[in-house]
Design a protein around this ligand. Sequence first.
Ligand code: AMP
Ligand code: MG
Length: 403
Amino acid sequence: MLNVDDYRARILGSVEPLAPLNVPLSSAHECVLAEDVSAPWPLPSFDNSSMDGYAVASAEIADASAESPVSLTVIDDVPAGYRASESLRPGTAIRIMTGAPMPEGADAVVPVERTDAGVDTVLILDSVDPGAYVRKAAEDVVAGDVVMRAGTLIGARQMAILAAVGCGTVKVRPRPRVAVISTGSELVEPGTPLRHGLITDSNSYLLVAACHEAGADAYRVGPIIDDEAAFMTAIEDQLHRCDLILTSGGVSMGAYDTVKAVLSTLGSVDFMKIAMNPGMPQGHGHVGEERTPIITLPGNPVSSYISFENFVRPAIRLMRGLPDLDRPILRARCAASLTSPPHKRQFARAVFLPSGDVAPVGTGQGSHVLGGLAESDALIVVPEEVTSVAAGDEVTVVDLRHA
Ligand code: AMP
Ligand code: MG
């Protein structure tokens, strides 16, 4: 049996970062930038008002106060998006809105709150310093500055500056497209009444959601019955559509384990047992002329999820071009005792307690126990050589609290 780390290294060796491509900015969210982006123009690109008020020559209103206001003739009105058609002359002011360009001759803005808000003439009730309430061109970004480096993950906060410097399209490593194929003649769609012996397909829902959380664009295929021809057709249909195929089920030692039977004959998919619990039967390799990577996950939902966390999530992150592939790992006290099979690394579903300790959840650590999975936000990692953990022992924990 291979250990978890060696198998993970094999999986990571079988995928590579996706080739960069130009996408519209609106499609770049959660993609990794593939080239440095510099600003073609400064930010702000022109001097503009930071308040609704009156553009003035500050020297003219140096003595203004509530007791002795200065009266100015309002000669123009500039909303954002327009330019003043007049230049400021002695004794005048120009009404200006936030974001509008500063008129010629004005060096400051008096906020409307410090005036009588007049339309034809305005009483200025306060003095302002030169430059007050003016956002100077280039005070934020100088033209030519690199505003974002290749390798940056484009989240909401990164979107704003890319848009501000005019990136209609950006070169990114795209989100991997992942086809999730669940197999099993016992599987029906949620919402379908269950006949005896049938179960609903939970894995494909779990895996598609987990792929999305890992930053991939995943979609469901199936469920596909345990029939070699049906499975083969499902695989062939997906080859040109996706960057990674995930299958669930059909990789154990059973007589109807179609996935294993079909993919073994293709020659470039390896099946093996990994020294872990849950999730022992695994397979990975490539299929089709374009050698699309494929990872075959075991059918038990918890096994599928634990396998996803260990092998698929880091593979997706590698394909996205992200530098860190793993979730945060920390040490915490285990609030209850646990047993673990010998020679296998166990990933026990657990929750963080308010104290920071972790407590195992569910009615046991069986690979079919879905209840505990839904409750969990942590995985306790019990090493291969450890077969029991006592309450109060310190354990290694994978923190699942953030996507
Ligand atoms: P298998 O790996 O195909 O032998 O499946 C192992 C166990 O997982 C069996 O009890 C299956 O019924 C169950 N199983 C397989 N696929 C799914 C699925 N997509 N959703 C829920 N349970 C599944
Ligand atoms: Mg099956």
